[in-house]
Design a protein around this ligand. Structure first.
Ligand code: GDP
Length: 354
């Protein structure tokens, strides 16, 4: 299950400022065994009002949110695909992430130099796209000769060869690999190439203070979140109680980071379900469409392997009726088998064999 998002962008666009602000809201990664403990990784809670509402009913000792990981990936400059800057090391760091969040500078500030001399979001996006596309083209061209040879001996490889050739043509035309329409099966065929431009992509437009919270400028047809990294950095230093006041004073309803984290979760195709115990109410992350058995496996492999049944209450029923017992009494607690598809916000209790 993908959770890790690499922050990339040219130098001086505000990546570190954004990352520092994100880590200001970070949680202790050791509570999440699947997360990486590393100074370049911030484990950030996914804002979710529903978790608070469920907790207000279940009144547990502890409330544990879902999280995503942000990885600060420094060092992307023009020429990275040919080894400039951190070059290949930088590219291998992106390869390990599930999605890419590209920070684009929109803010004007005479005190902050721009790498090419002028603020030009379109040109910056183009520079990074070119580097990533070139890196992928290099990968594909390294793989193709071997694949051609193998396909001559094994006719079963013909579809893969044909697909990789199409990917190569796309990349050679300067497009991201994701622009090639592929079925899920086709995508699985090229997954082992770990192409950078196949990863889901999200842009952060780092805007001036006065443009924070305004309609995002569309970038390259991909989702774009407008953020003023400077405001976010200031917010991160405030006590939680003061943050809301500061946001209101800036005319904002939620922090840019909250919208970013939510958008990232969405981009990765993730959703949450909740478990309620007296000692802990917790949001668990599953891919959309996950079955009850798969959802159980996110808690523990024993839950998945010994799965017997899941008791499921829809979030709305849980909140309106006021808890598990009330939902059961109202006939709204359903007992489901392993193939049942869990919905976003379901409150679930698993029964399993040990
Ligand atoms: P990075 O090289 O992409 O990591 O960029 P940094 O986060 O180090 O930011 C470069 C400079 O731009 C720093 O001096 C930041 O304080 C400044 N900066 C970052 N975001 C903003 C912003 O939204 N507005 C303004 N005015 N300055 C910013």
């Amino acid at each position: 299950m993908g959770l890790s998002i690499g922050i990339v962008g040219l130098p001086n666009v505000g990546k570190s400022t954004l990352f520092t602000a994100l880590t200001g809201t970070a949680v202790d990664a050791s509570n999440y065994p699947f997360c990486t403990v590393d100074p370049n990784v911030g484990v950030v809670p996914v804002p979710d009002d529903r978790l608070e509402r469920v907790a207000a009913i279940a009144r547990p000792a502890k409330v544990t949110p879902a999280v995503v990981e942000f990885v600060d990936i420094a060092g992307l400059v023009a020429g990275a695909s040919e080894g400039e800057g951190l070059g290949n090391r930088f590219l291998s760091h992106i390869r390990e992430t599930d999605a890419v969040c590209e920070v684009v500078r929109f803010f004007e500030d005479p005190d902050v130099a721009h790498v090419t001399g002028a603020v030009d979001p379109v040109a910056d996006v183009e520079t990074i796209r070119a580097e990533l596309v070139l890196a992928d083209l290099g990968t594909v061209e390294r793989v193709l000769p071997k694949l051609e040879k193998e396909a001559r001996a094994d006719k079963g490889l013909a579809p893969k060869l044909e697909l990789v050739e199409r990917v190569r043509d796309r990349l050679a035309a300067g497009d991201r690999a994701m622009r090639l329409r592929m079925t899920p099966d086709e995508r699985a065929l090229v997954a082992d190439l770990h192409l950078l431009t196949m990863k889901p992509l999200l842009f952060v437009a780092n805007v001036d203070e006065e443009h924070a919270g305004s309609e995002p400028p569309a970038i390259d047809g991909e989702p774009t979140i407008p953020i003023c990294a400077k405001i976010e950095a200031e917010l991160a230093e405030l006590e939680p109680g003061e943050r809301a006041e500061y946001l209101v004073s800036m005319g904002l309803t939620e922090s840019g980071l909250d919208s970013l984290v939510r958008a990232a979760y969405e981009l990765l195709g993730l959703q949450s379900y909740f478990t309620t115990l007296s000692d802990e109410v917790r949001a668990w992350t599953i891919p959309k469409g996950a079955t009850a058995r798969e959802a159980a496996g996110v808690i523990h492999t024993d839950f998945e392997e010994g799965f017997i049944k899941a008791e499921v209450v829809h979030y709305d029923d849980y909140v309106v009726l006021g808890g598990d017992h009330e939902a059961r009494a109202a006939g709204k607690l359903r007992v489901e088998g392993k193939e049942h598809v869990i919905e976003d916000g379901d409150v679930v209790r698993f029964h399993f064999r040990t």
